[in-house]
Write a protein that binds this ligand. Sequence first.
Ligand code: 5GP
Length: 202
Amino acid sequence: MEVKRKGMLLVISGPSGAGKGTLAKRLLEDDPSFRFSVSATTRGPRVGEEDGVDYHFISDDEFQARVDTGDFLECAVVHGHRYGTPRAEVLSSLERGENMLLDIDPQGARSVAAAMPDCVTVFILPPSYEELRVRLHTRNTENETEINRRLGNAKGEIDQLGRYQYAIVNTTVEEAIVQLKAIVAAEKQRTIRFFPVIPEKS
Ligand code: 5GP
């Protein structure tokens, strides 16, 4: 008997500075069954970000053209910029049995959960609002205006926590990654992911 597996769609969200990016990177490094869904965005690249790796950095016009052709599984305006998840990449990976990791905001997570109810949703919380402020300043990737915009949006994002299946408080990356891997390990074993192929008797 052959046992086929369907890929898992893992959606992580959380306010900017909660540490989603770091946790996502760790999971991708440690678990080769996962692929990262590279979103398209109209925001400009930060220092160190690579086109096609971190995001597909595209213009407003190109983004709109891709919306019009139905290229995105979901898209949303986040912190004043447009972000979208490419549909074809996600669906083809899942069909091949690969697990897909999406780092998207709560609006996007809601759309994905409606379209693909078997997805796994995890919300990453900072240990405190103050710590979020400190992390956003320390990582030094946004200017003061952008930091304040992100802190201002954090409360609204955290209000969406109840829509997620799991929550992780990211006090330290080492603790949080253990918890994320535990969620992933259990979710991999759900019966919905298995397709036993039983040969017909000759
Ligand atoms: P950043 O600009 O810091 O990379 O991301 C800002 C926010 O946009 C984060 O909350 C991130 O999860 C979210 N985001 C990134 N890609 C997508 C996407 O494709 N769709 C949606 N809805 N949100 C996204």
